[in-house]
Design a protein around this ligand. Structure first.
Ligand code: PEP
Length: 251
């Protein structure tokens, strides 16, 4: 049984006051929602504040990235251990914006994933093809290399706290959602790949989220697909009512 997970990626938005305001509104709006895991990912500077604010509620907190070393002379970096210390339970790794603008590679994604798992964080591992990769027919090849690369050397025991997020790059922040069929096709491919890499059991228990212009009015159709287990939401997670509308997709 895969419990649906809806995660909001706040990206580089929200001051401390704005983050607190958003999460306090959310707490009220999602308080009666059952059987859906809710995660929010504020900027690093708001993690501790938001974590304190959600204590005792079902809302969990994620970071948007991490480094792979625990500590040392790595100016500007934040380790998984420090994220846990600040109240995180989850961390997003390999988001396409990090791959695109911050030279993230499958190798760095893999190092970060291993470090985050070792620290006891649940990893939201992002994969997704660009528009030109889709148009040239290499979607599955790209997804396979990102999944294999990101999970390289990770055993089935360590894989348990992993969630894969399929986010076609051409659908992120563009208002262009993949059709339910396009998304389902790639989710099914990822599940089959996990079954080949690990086992059928692991594949059927791993949650695979869809991300890319998810809104309250398209979440239901996406969630109706057999291999879509939740969503990673950017823009629509910045307003409490739209994010709550997505979290409450089956109400
Ligand atoms: C994201 O940032 O992961 C994302 C999916 O953004 P948006 O929902 O705005 O497309």
């Amino acid at each position: 049984m895969r419990i649906p997970l809806i995660a909001g990626n706040w990206k580089l938005f929200k001051t401390l006051d704005e983050a607190l305001d958003l999460v306090n509104q959310l707490k009220v709006l999602v308080k009666d929602i059952k059987k859906v895991e809710v995660v929010v990912a504020p900027v690093f500077t708001a993690i501790a504040t938001v974590s304190k604010a959600v204590k005792g509620t079902p809302i969990q907190v994620s970071a948007q990235d991490c480094y792979w070393e625990e500590e040392g002379a790595f100016t500007g970096e934040v380790s998984p251990k420090l994220l846990k210390d600040a109240g995180c339970t989850h961390v997003i790794i390999g988001h396409s914006e990090r791959r695109q603008y911050f030279a993230e590679t499958n190798d760095t994604v893999n190092k970060k994933t291993k470090a985050a798992l070792a620290a006891g964080l649940t990893v939201l591992l992002c994969v997704g093809e660009t528009l030109s990769e889709r148009e040239s027919g290499s979607t599955f090849e790209v997804i396979e290399s990102q999944v294999r690369g990101g999970l390289s050397g990770i055993s089935s025991d360590d894989l348990k706290p992993i969630v894969i997020a399929y986010e076609p790059v051409w659908a992120i922040g563009t208002g262009k959602t993949a059709t339910e069929q396009q998304a389902q096709e790639v989710h099914a491919f990822i599940r089959k790949l996990l079954s080949e890499m690990y086992s059928k059991k692991i594949a059927s228990s791993t949650r695979i989220l869809y991300g890319g212009s998810v809104k309250p009015d398209n979440i239901k159709g996406l969630m109706a697909q057999v291999d879509i287990d939740g969503a990673l939401v950017g823009g629509a997670s910045l307003k409490a009512d739209s994010f709550a509308g997505i979290v409450g997709f089956n109400n």
